[in-house]
Structures are given as C-alpha cells and as structure tokens.
Design a protein around this ligand. Structure first.
Ligand code: DGL
Length: 300
C-alpha cells in the first residue's frame, strides 16, 4: 500500500486552511501537519527579516513532526522569505506566488490582472514579477483571442493593479468573514480594481478565499477570481509523483519510520496562540469539525 506522505504547512493563522482544504479534497495519499502562528498574526505588515525568522522556526518544527514537503501557505512569507528558506532547509518547498501568477496568466481573457493582498505582499511586487516570469517561460493564456493578440504585440498581459487590504485578515481571524463590516470594507478595497478594469483578480492572501462570497457579490460575474491554492495543489501533486520516482531510484531516502509513523489523523493542527479560538473560527470557516489543536510556543 502506498504510504501517505506528510505535508507540513504554515500560515500566520487560519488563512492556510483554505490551502489545506484544497489539498485534502484533491489528494488522498497525504496527511497534513498545520501550524498557525496565531500568537504573531498578522504577518502582512512584518519585515522580511521577521518573516524569515518565523519561517525558519515553523519549518524546523514541522520537520520535527515528520513533514516531508513544506507548503508555505502564506503569501506574505512566500513573497519575501521563501528564497532564503529554500537555501536553509533540505526539503522540497512550495509557495503561493509562482503557481498563483501562472494560473492568472493562463486564465485572464483581457490581460488585465488585478491583485488583492497584504501590504507586505503588495510592496514586494512578487506577483508582478511572477506574471512576467510566467510569460518569459512561455506560459500563455488559454483564451485564443488574447493569446494571438499578445503574440502579435497588440495586447499586453500584466498585473495592472495591486491593492493592499490590511483589514481583511483581522476580520477573518475574528470570524467576521461574512459580516456587514467585511462587505463595507471590501467595497472600498475593490473600487480601485473595478476602476482599473481588471478581468482576473488574484486572491493574494490565503485568508481571502474565506471572503470570496462577499468579493464575488461586489465584483459581479465578469471578473474571474483566481485562488492560487488550486494551482498549488496541482504543483504539489506533480512534486509528490517526482518524490516517489526519486525514492524508487534511490535519489532521496524516505524519512525514518519513527518520524513518519507519528500517530496523526489526516490533519493535525498546532497554533502558537489560543487553540480554542482557532478551533472555533476554523470550524465556522471550513464548516467541518477541527479537532486535535495543540498549542506550541516557537521562538522566544
Ligand atoms: N495568510 C497570509 C498571507 O497569505 C498572512 C496574512 C497576515 O497574517 O497578514 O499573506
């Protein structure tokens, strides 16, 4: 029987659950160890140095729990810290930005991509670079009219507007994703994107898919909402297939069974803050029970 691989994931709080859900729904042969750094949320206004330190602590912890692959389920960390983290740990890692940017390039039909994200992610310009890199690597829009126009130099494909949304994460963490407050604030944040005429909007923070009903209501049906988590799952699936092959050909060695054998169910949660609050908010957001939430203090 195929062994279930252990995926370690981290985010500042409940946001990474949107990525976790996609993974658990689509990939059967995995188990997830999740760390939510709820004592230090939000990450979206942190410096790169802080996010590198938090990332190092989270990854070291997840590896100690048996993680064989790391999904950085936080755009702010992916946008700033991931290149440094990749150099420090000898474990495959996936972030949110490259898969999200590639998906946006494939799905846009007018070449006018918008982004909502934390201030840190917006400031990093990581998504704009990701879009340019995707095009440079030969990724093209699926829409044939746009593809032709772009190839003939008649239509650009680019990130035309990025909007920081600092109040979204505290709203989601407080369980207010579907509230009148969220709607009012979203209206203000989305206005410049509507004015810029974006046709595809990247949800560049893993907390934001919980706000998708509100965002959809305000944007209408004409704007495509891009959740990078869907692309991350596909890339994770490919990575896991490669790992299987590498293991069979002896290129990598599977971790000791004592580590992999830790007796976790399909998902196991650790948080640095209040486990009860995480459980309550997570239950409401996912609409399914979250058990097994343990508190762990990392860093100082
Ligand atoms: N969910 C994270 C992200 O994708 C962090 C948001 C925050 O804590 O500000 O950016």
């Amino acid at each position: 029987m195929k062994r279930q691989r252990v995926i370690g994931m981290f985010d500042s709080g409940v946001g990474g659950l949107t990525v976790m859900k996609e993974i658990l729904d689509r990939l059967m042969d995995v188990r997830i160890v999740y760390f939510g750094d709820t004592a230090r949320v939000p990450y979206g206004n942190r410096s790169r140095e802080e996010l590198i330190r938090f990332g190092e602590e989270s990854i070291a912890f997840l590896i100690a729990q048996g993680a064989e692959v790391i999904v950085v389920a936080c755009n702010s960390s992916s946008a700033t810290a991931l290149p440094f983290l990749r150099e420090q740990f000898d474990i495959p890692m996936l972030g949110m930005i490259e898969p999200g940017a590639r998906l946006a390039v494939k799905k846009t039909i007018a070449g006018r991509i918008g982004l909502i994200a934390t201030e840190t992610t917006v400031r990093s310009k990581a998504y704009a670079s990701g879009v340019s890199r995707a095009l440079a690597k030969g990724i093209l829009p699926e829409d044939l009219v746009l593809r032709k126009a772009w190839q003939q130099g008649e239509q650009d494909i680019a990130l035309v507007k990025a909007q920081g949304c600092p109040l979204f994460v505290p709203l989601v963490e407080a369980g207010l994703a579907n509230s009148a407050q969220a709607r009012g604030i979203a209206q203000t944040y989305l206005k410049p994107l509507k004015e810029a005429g974006v046709d595809a909007l990247i949800l560049g923070c893993t907390h934001y898919p919980f706000l998708e009903p509100v965002i959809r209501e305000l944007l209408g049906e004409d704007v495509l909402i891009i959740d990078p988590a869907r692309a991350v799952v596909k890339e994770l699936e490919i990575l896991l297939q490669h790992m299987e092959e590498w293991e069979q050909s002896g290129l990598i060695v599977s971790p000791a069974s004592s580590v992999v054998g830790k007796n976790y169910s399909r998902s196991h949660y650790f948080v640095s803050g209040d486990p009860g609050l995480f459980r309550d908010v997570g239950n409401t957001l996912l609409q399914e029970p979250i058990d097994l939430v343990e508190q762990v203090i990392l860093g100082e």
